[in-house]
Design a protein around this ligand. Structure first.
Ligand code: FES
Length: 101
């Protein structure tokens, strides 16, 4: 797995790239993480270098008591999104992008 971490300069200020990690562990896969695959194309198209998106090994959320049924999980910066959908992930990214601008 390749992890890219960019620092980009925007309007004279340094801005850290928002990292999105889509869990591809077994529980998340079984619970439908493949429906999130369109994010690998959507995110670069919409946000360019402001946001990076990578596949992740198990994010450790599924092993917590009573949380396995909330898969699939996606991590956006330091926020874990449960029962992740494309819409929920994009909404969290949008919130963070707007906060950085
Ligand atoms: S498989 Fe996704 S959090 Fe464990």
């Amino acid at each position: 797995m390749i992890k890219l971490n960019y620092i980009i300069e925007t309007k004279g200020a340094l801005m850290e790239t928002i990292e999105v990690k889509i869990c591809s562990g077994t529980t998340c896969f079984v619970m439908g993480s493949s429906f999130l695959n369109e994010l690998y194309e959507l995110i670069p198209q919409k946000y360019g270098e402001k946001v990076s998106v990578t596949q992740s090994l198990c994010l450790g959320q599924c092993s917590k008591q009573d949380t396995h049924s909330n898969a699939p999980y996606v991590k956006v910066a330091d926020t874990i999104i449960s029962e992740a959908t494309v819409e929920k992930v994009l909404a969290e990214i949008e919130k963070r992008v707007n906060k950085n601008e």
